[in-house]
Design a protein around this ligand. Structure first.
Ligand code: GLV
Ligand code: MN
Ligand code: MN
Length: 418
């Protein structure tokens, strides 16, 4: 006998707390970077919980982890829900984990209520969404959507020097219970729940964001090369100092790009000097540039501006410049029928919602190339994310999971085609 499925609020909150202990940092966040020991421990815990509930666990060659609860029509493509379990080095406990664990809660709620869905429902934890330890981000969802392959990134080195192919092999081998299956199987639709990572929902006191689009992102790596020399003996006219060039380029970009366009974002998040000694003018300075914009043409124009400015500054400081692209994500739009389904779920639950564009990129951006996709956002305190202080109230977590469950009911139970 089936009954109405219900989110078990205590179980969901306990699950978020349990996973927050894996890679926990002293300041209350997590360090669970892609394909690390901590990432493996989180995958193991989820897989063990899945197997204990009688669900099937799969992984593909990039270690995307899938948990399947079978439906009546086994041949129908499954409905996919989920997010990621990896984190930034000083990440919060909700970015990615909340979406993955809410999706797992939905599977458990369906099982508790004895619901037989028309099509199977699968929870996914995509590999390396963050892109911090290994660039680019969204590797798992890109490979799933056929935008790249595991072999494209096999020789990529982590920020700690470990090669992706090795870490991937160890991660896959650490979960022998998972059935290995070919990457990129057909799905009927994808729904990803995530924290907003910005301030709008909290400011407007709206519990649910219905994401209609994701802005574009480009990541560049800029290397200024000069001549290593003695800090005390080298006069200005003899210097080819890449640090001065990098500082000038960054200052110029920061004072021009964002002030000219309120929708533009430009961030230099990582910088390294070689050899990195206090009394040596560096041989080279390498820094990353993360640029974002909702409009593809404007994003391309900012990319061009960054290249031109760095080239001009390099010439002024007698340094060579090389610029390489690490990520190129064009802006994406989600399926209107999917966003409508989410809005209907909010209405049915009496929860206010508003449409919004995501400033962060997400796995859903790539999965939307395969199947109708949309995202559910919940508010986070002060809009803070990619920070250990990231915080979501219990009420917002529970509301988000209830909306996800309602959406799954309409997309999987009656086998609705979108
Ligand atoms: C995702 O982590 C992003 O940087 O947008
Ligand atoms: Mn995320
Ligand atoms: Mn993130």
């Amino acid at each position: 006998m089936s009954k109405q499925p219900e989110v078990d609020a205590d179980r969901l909150l306990a699950s978020v707390a349990d996973f927050a202990t894996i890679g926990a940092t002293p300041a209350g966040g997590v360090n669970r970077q892609a394909l690390s020991l901590e990432d493996r421990a989180a995958r193991r815990l989820l897989a063990e919980r899945a197997l204990a509930r009688g669900f099937t666990v799969f992984q593909d060659d990039i270690a995307n982890l899938f948990i399947r609860r079978e439906g009546r029509a086994t041949a129908l493509p499954p409905l996919l829900i989920g997010s990621h379990l990896d984190s930034q080095p000083t990440g919060g406990r909700f970015d990615g984990a909340l979406g993955t664990l809410s999706a797992f809660e939905v599977l458990e709620a369906l099982a508790d209520a004895g619901i037989e869905t028309e099509r199977a429902v699968e929870v996914v934890a995509f590999t390396n969404e963050e892109g911090s330890r290994y660039s680019p981000g969204c590797m798992g969802s890109m490979a799933f959507a056929g935008v790249g392959t595991t072999s494209d990134w096999a020789s990529t080195l982590a920020t700690d020097g470990a090669q992706l192919a090795d870490e991937l092999a160890t991660t896959l081998a650490a979960l022998p219970e998972a059935v290995v299956r070919p990457i990129g199987h057909a799905i009927s639709a994808f729904v990803e729940l995530h924290i907003e990572q910005g301030p709008i929902l909290e400011q407007e006191d709206v519990p649910i964001g219905v994401v209609t689009a994701v802005q574009g992102t480009k990541w560049l790596e800029v290397v200024f090369s000069g001549v290593a020399a003695h800090a005390g003996t080298t006069p200005l006219e003899f210097r080819k100092d890449p640090m001065s060039a990098a500082a000038a380029a960054i200052a110029s970009l920061q004072s021009s790009v964002m002030p000219a366009d309120p929708e533009a974002r430009l961030t230099v998040g990582r910088i390294a000097a070689e050899p990195g000694s206090i009394n040596v003018i560096p041989r080279s300075v390498t820094f990353t540039v993360d640029i974002r914009h909702p409009d593809a043409a404007t994003l391309a124009a900012i990319d061009q501006q960054v290249r031109e400015e760095c080239t001009a500054v390099g010439a002024r400081w007698n340094c060579d410049v090389t610029i390489s692209q690490r990520v190129d994500m064009t802006p994406g739009r989600f399926s209107p029928s999917m966003t409508e389904t989410i809005e209907e779920a909010c209405n049915a639950l009496g929860l206010k919602s508003r449409q919004m564009v995501s400033g962060a990129f997400h796995d859903a951006l790539f999965v939307s190339r395969l199947a109708p996709t949309a995202m559910i956002f919940v508010p986070c305190r002060n809009g803070i994310s990619h920070n250990e202080a990231e915080f979501v109230t219990d009420t917002h977590m529970i509301s988000g999971a209830r909306v996800l469950l309602k959406v799954v009911e309409s997309l999987a139970i009656i086998g609705q085609t979108v």
